[in-house]
Every structure is written in C-alpha cells, then in structure tokens.
Design a protein around this ligand. Structure first.
Ligand code: C5P
Length: 220
C-alpha cells in the first residue's frame, strides 16, 4: 500500500479528449479515452490528495472520491484549468487537447446539398494551456504535461520529447507513443519522463495506475 504522501495537497488533473464543434451535431475530436488521466486522479486521491478532475469526454467512468468538472472544448478546458491552477499544488495535464478548432461553427447542420462535392474547413490555433500555466507565477506548484507522439524511432521520440519539454516549460513531460493500436484506449502504458532540462528522470511501464503512481512519485 502506498503512503498517504499527498495528504493536504490539492491536485488538478485533466483527462480525456477535447471536441471542437463544426455544427450542432458534429465535431473534430481525438481517440484519447481518458484512462491515464483518470488513473492519475484515482491514484492521487488514494494517496490523500484533494483532487479536481477536469474531464473532457471520458470513455471510462470518473473515479469516486474526486471532484469532477466536465468540459467540452479546448477553450472550456483552458478556463477550467486557469481557474483551478491558482489553488493547486500540482497540475497534471493528461488530456489530449485539440491544437486547432474550426474558425466558424455553423448555426445549423452543414448540408451536402448546399456544399456540393467538396467542403473546406478553416481551422485556427487553440491556445497552449500547458505552456500558459507553466509560464504563469508558480508559487511552488509542480506542473506535469504529456506528449503523445507517433514517431516510431525511439531516439527521435526522445528528441521530440526533449524539445517539447523545453518549449512548454512544465517541470516534467510524460512521453508516450500513440498510434492506431498504441497508447490511447489501451489498458497499459509505457512512458519516459523527462525534466524541463531534457534529462530522463524515470521510465515507467505497466498498468495506467502503475504509471500514474510513478508520475506522482515525482510530484511528491
Ligand atoms: O503540443 P502537444 O499537444 O503535444 O502537447 C501535449 C501536452 O500539452 C499535453 O499535456 C496537453 O494536455 C497539453 N496541451 C495544452 N494545450 C493545447 C495542446 C496541448 O495544454 N492546446
């Protein structure tokens, strides 16, 4: 049994995948199931933390014993994170956030009858929430980000992770490979955790709960 080494601490976790609406019935989304973020929230609560889970479209049930705030889009997730970060000892950003959103959201269904054979979507960049919370005054707060990459080569994957860690400014970046059959929606995970300076601080693999505890060990 793990010690209650997060007792008295406030931990904010994001999980799931944002959805960016195109019209009232359609969206652009991603395959994140929310399993890893939910496992982190669950593990933090088991270790005594007061946990806020900011959830975007979870495919798994939210754990009991944590406060839940549901959001839909990247902009909603941003508002929730910025509001919650102020009172947090740690922020763990496991959610897959859309990098782009449709510039215009149609008021009514986009119809093929009026669009014809082609439909062009214009997307605009979403703000980078992880970079934003990392750049804000920290007051000793620990910030953990994720980097899901499809790069097949291990060395290249690590290079991407190191560059991203430096760019985002989070204390730790959890690097994992995702793809058609890896990462998202799976039961297990295998990660390399790098520091802001690019050092490998931990490698962890096993169940998402085991990976969650390895991440929380660093936070502690
Ligand atoms: O740049 P990339 O999307 O790979 O970064 C992944 C990390 O950054 C995750 O922790 C994710 O939650 C966060 N992120 C964010 N805002 C975005 C995109 C990603 O906070 N717009």
């Amino acid at each position: 049994l793990r010690p209650r080494d997060l007792a008295g601490r406030r931990v904010v976790v994001t999980a799931g995948g944002t959805r960016e609406p195109l019209d009232p019935v359609r969206f652009i989304g991603n395959r994140s199931s929310g399993r890893q973020g939910v496992a982190i929230a669950e593990a933090a609560a088991a270790r005594g933390a007061s946990v806020l889970l900011i959830a975007a479209h979870l495919e798994v049930p939210a754990p009991s014993g944590v406060e839940l705030r549901e959001v839909g889009t990247a902009l909603e997730l941003r508002d929730a994170v910025l509001e919650a970060a102020a009172g947090a000892d740690a922020v763990v950003m496991a959610a897959a956030v859309a990098d782009y959103r449709p510039e215009h959201v149609a008021e009514t269904k986009i119809k093929k009858e009026t669009q014809g054979d082609e439909l062009a979507l214009r997307l605009v960049r979403n703000p980078d929430i992880l970079a934003e919370v990392s750049a804000a005054p920290r007051d000793g707060r620990t910030i953990v980000g994720f980097a899901a990459e499809t790069e097949p080569d291990d060395d290249r994957l690590l290079e991407l992770g190191r560059a991203k860690a430096a760019r985002k400014g989070a204390d730790y970046l959890v690097l994992n490979r995702v793809g058609w059959s890896e990462g998202f929606a799976t039961e297990g995970n295998s990660v390399v955790i790098v520091s802001r300076g690019g050092d490998i601080v931990t490698r962890a693999s096993g169940s998402k709960r085991e990976v969650a505890d390895a991440i929380l060990d660093l936070v502690v």
